[in-house]
Design a binder for this molecule. Structure first.
Ligand SMILES: *[C@@H]1O[C@H](CO)[C@@H](O)[C@H](O)[C@H]1NC(C)=O
Ligand SMILES: *[C@@H]1O[C@H](CO)[C@@H](O)[C@H](O)[C@H]1NC(C)=O
Ligand SMILES: *[C@@H]1O[C@H](CO)[C@@H](O)[C@H](O)[C@H]1NC(C)=O
Ligand SMILES: *[C@@H]1O[C@H](CO)[C@@H](O)[C@H](O)[C@H]1NC(C)=O
Ligand SMILES: *[C@@H]1O[C@H](CO)[C@@H](O)[C@H](O)[C@H]1NC(C)=O
Ligand SMILES: *[C@@H]1O[C@H](CO)[C@@H](O)[C@H](O)[C@H]1NC(C)=O
Length: 834
């Protein structure tokens, strides 16, 4: 009987060990050590010793796995591998001692109290109070922020002494010692929240507009947040509370210098990233220089504010924006100057501003006119119709277009730049344009009539057929110019080898110069598709009507007997692969340019897939098909060729596999299934190639993984940045790079359903859609056997594989799966030979 009792007791003890190790409060003479922890009353937070790469005392959310640490006491004084003890002294001082009894950290509380207690509150605040006065904090961890801003915590800057508290990043995810990044309130001019690295301003969440920081797009979720920004003569503070108690959220500065807002999702028992900043290129401080405005949806991204022109047009053209913009017309410096209203923009840097709470907007304008260096004004507080006055002096810096929200402000310009003058000019211009259009239309009609007469005379029945055909069609598009073969032959020196630009999947491409000096690229379709001239021209016309900034423009076509030519605009900077994979030229592609190229390709592809009247699947997307214009804008070429070849299935299975090793999706390569998601796969490969500056195809020569596998491995090891091409130097925006890698990995997933569509991809790139966690991508070595490592495709021109050989096609369809081939055979199929 006795032994049974002992046994029960033991079981109970064993069972309840954890609860014995958790404490509610610590008084002098008590301590926390080993795996003992202090828990908050409703068990939200827990504090105790934890081990990262070293031993620390910290606070984390209780019961979450993996552990989310929000604060570390001794972040810069680790315990080594000895076990620590936390004691509270009689005077209410908290001391952390290492194994030898040496105090590595102390809260330095100096107030003498009778009965101090150490407690952890439900908001994650570790406090020292006196036993009979629990509301008064003698010391609190909230006064000593780490890298996380919890609800209820405040960052403060003292306007008199200049002291401030800040979030300081960890060194890396396992090392909490003070990193280089700081998030704090800068008190020059109107106080504003900034992120700095080693003291250099990187990103400006911005000044307070009464509701929110002015550099942050307003979000619906923020209705549940009460942000507060309190400004007195002595101090300014910033923090937030949650109005909806069922929301759990934290805000942190990561070791890579991003601020990230997380929301806890009960369904998945994990954190969802809700917002991150800098979110895109435009968040980089002053990226467009003085008086420039940044808009990620624009290309080029930077533009001068209205009334301003680039300081150096040459630099501006080559997308070097740091010099910024200057006034087109100097200010008169008197009453005759006026103001232009700007909306939807992030307010300029307020470090050169002046403010007054009591003035209204009218008085503000008058005041600005009085001082010649005053450049702009705005309300200080947007609530209740606006109040207060904010003035900027000299240059306006760091503006951007916000996706939502933004505050009106008024920029001073010379009288001649004002809208009413422009209005008159615009009307005049409108009349002129109207006249010109009328005349052009007349000329156009005459030309068309003449041309048709001429064609009839020459007895070209084919073209007449085409005319009849187009007459039946809805005439919303443009007619495509038809060139004479002799014209094109002349332009290309009779298709001479010296004019040849390259060889694409459907035939060679030549450079040509028309009589009027215009340079063109001529694609000579190698294969007679069996399409009649009528269908051919009809298709070409459909394709020519696809017009988008990121698609190469089709200028016309030429058809003569079996010869079929497509005439495109000529791209001065050739193609992306020409820069990306060249040892010397790759460094010309700095990160902002690479990001712009990625976004441009995405937009062009989105247009092909979803926004154009036709649903075009490219099927041979690769870096050599991305051409670059004089501004390095990417333009997709070779789109719609599959259609011209007489295959217009929107989605399905095809006999003719068109694609290029390294870019082709697994389901298309092995089974001939294609859909928009096959293009998404190729796009993902291109993105990873742009980020890394490495060819997916060549990668296998150097390692057992292809580029996708390599990217995936780095991602899994939480060091995605190592994928980044070293030659971009420090021009990169970490958040953009990580976003591109994450999106790239999602695009190359094995299953088409796991890949995003292009509209999703565009939103992800803009930071408007959260990115999910990628799974393991499709691997070429798995797909094609180890032979792919030795696979030597003709490499000079990055030839597309067009499997047109009849016998191959039959076997292909018959066997269905590539896996049944012997490696050697696979290799041959990939080469398109044999
Ligand atoms: C810390 O507390 C422990 C246990 O309460 C005690 O043994 C130790 O002497 C204390 N150390 C100091 C420096 O107060
Ligand atoms: C930690 O432990 C390792 C071996 O266990 C020892 O070599 C090292 O000196 C210890 N470090 C400290 C700071 O005690
Ligand atoms: C306590 O004072 C010591 C010595 O002045 C200092 O190194 C330490 O950072 C202080 N601790 C805190 C938490 O401020
Ligand atoms: C928001 O916080 C401020 C002070 O921090 C407070 O005065 C105000 O009442 C709060 N607003 C709401 C809606 O709770
Ligand atoms: C609080 O948040 C929860 C979860 O997001 C939501 O279901 C609920 O409607 C919110 N309550 C209020 C009053 O907004
Ligand atoms: C104009 O404002 C600037 C900046 O506040 C100030 O330094 C300058 O003295 C002012 N000039 C006049 C004439 O008030």
């Amino acid at each position: 009987m006795e032994s049974f009792k002992v046994l029960v007791l033991c079981t109970l003890l064993f069972h309840f060990t954890p609860s014995i190790n958790t404490l509610q409060k610590i008084a002098p003479g008590q301590s926390i050590k080993g795996d003992e922890t202090l828990v908050s009353p409703s068990e939200t937070f827990e504090a105790g010793f934890l081990s990262l790469r070293d031993q620390y005392f910290g606070i984390w959310y209780k019961g979450l796995s993996p552990r989310t640490v929000v604060w570390i006491a001794n972040r810069d004084a680790p315990l080594g591998n000895s076990s620590g003890v936390l004691n509270v002294t009689d005077g209410g001082n908290i001391v952390i001692l290492d194994g030898t009894g040496f105090a590595v950290w102390s809260s330095n509380t100096t107030i003498i109290v009778k009965k101090p207690l150490l407690k952890l509150l439900d908001n994650g605040n570790l406090v020292v109070v006196e036993e009979n006065n629990p509301e008064k904090f003698l010391w609190q961890s909230f006064d000593l922020p780490g890298d996380t801003l919890l609800p209820g915590m405040k960052l403060r800057s003292n306007l008199v002494s200049g002291d401030y508290t800040s979030l300081i990043s960890w060194r890396d995810t396992q090392d909490p010692s003070s990193g280089l990044y700081s998030y704090h309130i800068d008190t020059k001019g109107l106080p504003q929240v900034v992120i700095t690295k080693g003291g250099v301003l990187l990103f400006r969440p911005g000044s307070w507009n009464g509701n929110i920081l002015s550099g942050i797009a307003s979000k619906n979720l923020y209705k549940s947040f009460n942000f507060s920004f309190e400004l007195t003569d002595k101090e300014v503070s910033y923090g937030y509370e949650l109005l909806n108690q069922s929301i759990v959220s934290r805000y942190m500065l990561t070791s890579t210098g991003l601020v990230e807002r997380f929301i806890f999702r009960d369904q998945v028992k994990g954190w969802q990233l809700f917002l991150a900043g800098p979110a895109d290129q435009c968040d980089n401080y002053a990226i467009c220089g003085a008086n420039g405005n940044c808009d990620v949806t624009n290309s080029p991204t930077c533009e001068c504010l209205k009334g301003f022109i680039p300081k150096s047009q040459a630099k501006w053209n080559s997308q070097i924006w740091s010099d910024g913009c200057v006034r087109r017309v100097d200010l008169a410096c008197g009453k005759s100057d006026g103001f232009l209203k700007f909306t939807g923009l992030k307010l300029p840097d307020t470090s050169t501003s002046w403010f007054d709470k009591s003035l209204n907007l009218e008085e503000c304008e008058k005041l600005c006119l009085k001082n010649c260096s005053c450049a702009a004004y705005a309300n200080l507080d947007v609530r209740n119709g606006g109040s207060g006055c904010l003035l900027w002096f000299n240059n306006l810096v760091d503006m951007r277009k916000l996706t939502s929200g933004g505050q009106d402000f008024y920029i001073r310009v010379a009288a001649s730049e004002l809208d009413h003058n422009n209005g008159v000019k615009k009307k005049l211009a409108g009349i002129l344009v109207g006249c010109a259009m009328f005349i052009l239309t007349l000329i156009g009609l005459v030309v068309i009539i003449l041309r048709r007469k001429k064609l009839k005379k020459e007895g070209r029945n084919q073209i007449i057929n085409w005319k009849n055909h187009t007459d039946n069609k809805d005439k919303e598009g443009i007619d495509i110019p038809i060139f004479d073969l002799s014209t094109i032959a002349n332009a290309t020196s009779n298709f001479s080898i010296s004019n040849k630009l390259g060889e694409g999947g459907f035939g060679p491409v030549y450079k040509g110069t028309l009589k009027n000096g215009k340079e063109v690229a001529v694609k000579r379709l190698s294969d007679n598709s069996g399409q009649g001239p009528k269908e051919f021209i009809n298709e070409v016309e459909l394709i020519a009507n696809l017009q988008h900034r990121n698609l190469v423009k089709l200028l016309g076509c030429c058809i003569h007997d079996d010869e079929r030519l497509l005439i495109y605009e000529f791209m001065i900077n050739r193609s992306l692969d020409y820069f990306l994979f060249d040892e010397n030229k790759r460094s010309l592609l700095h990160w902002p340019q690479r990001f712009q190229i990625i976004c441009g390709i995405a937009r062009g592809l989105l247009y092909l897939h979803e926004d154009s009247r036709l649903r075009i699947i490219h099927r041979d997307l690769k870096t050599s098909n991305i051409l670059l214009d004089e501004n390095m804008n990417p333009k997709i070429s070779d789109f719609g060729i599959a259609r011209i070849f007489g295959e217009d299935e929107a989605e399905g299975k095809t006999k003719r596999i068109v694609g290029t090793h390294g870019y082709i999706s697994p389901e298309y390569a092995t089974r001939g299934f294609f859909s928009v998601k096959s293009d998404v796969f190729s796009f993902g490969v291109i993105v990873l190639e742009i980020v890394s500056g490495r060819k997916n195809r060549d990668f296998l020569h150097h390692s057992d993984l292809d580029l996708l596998g390599h990217a995936w491995r780095l991602w899994g090891e939480e060091r995605p940045l190592e994928l980044l091409d070293e030659s971009v130097g420090d021009t990169s925006t970490v958040s953009e790079v990580v976003r591109c890698i994450n999106m790239g990995l999602l695009c190359v997933q094995e299953r088409p359903d796991d890949r995003p569509d292009m509209s999703g991809a565009v939103l992800m790139l803009n930071g408007e859609k959260p990115l999910s966690r990628p799974k393991e991508p499709a691997f070429y070595p798995h797909q094609f056997g180890s032979s792919s490592r030795n696979c030597e495709l003709p490499s000079t021109n990055e030839m597309s594989i067009t499997l047109l050989d009849a016998s191959t096609l039959i076997t292909f369809n018959y066997i269905q799966s590539f896996e049944e081939y012997e490696p050697k055979q696979k290799e041959r199929i990939m080469r398109g030979s044999d």
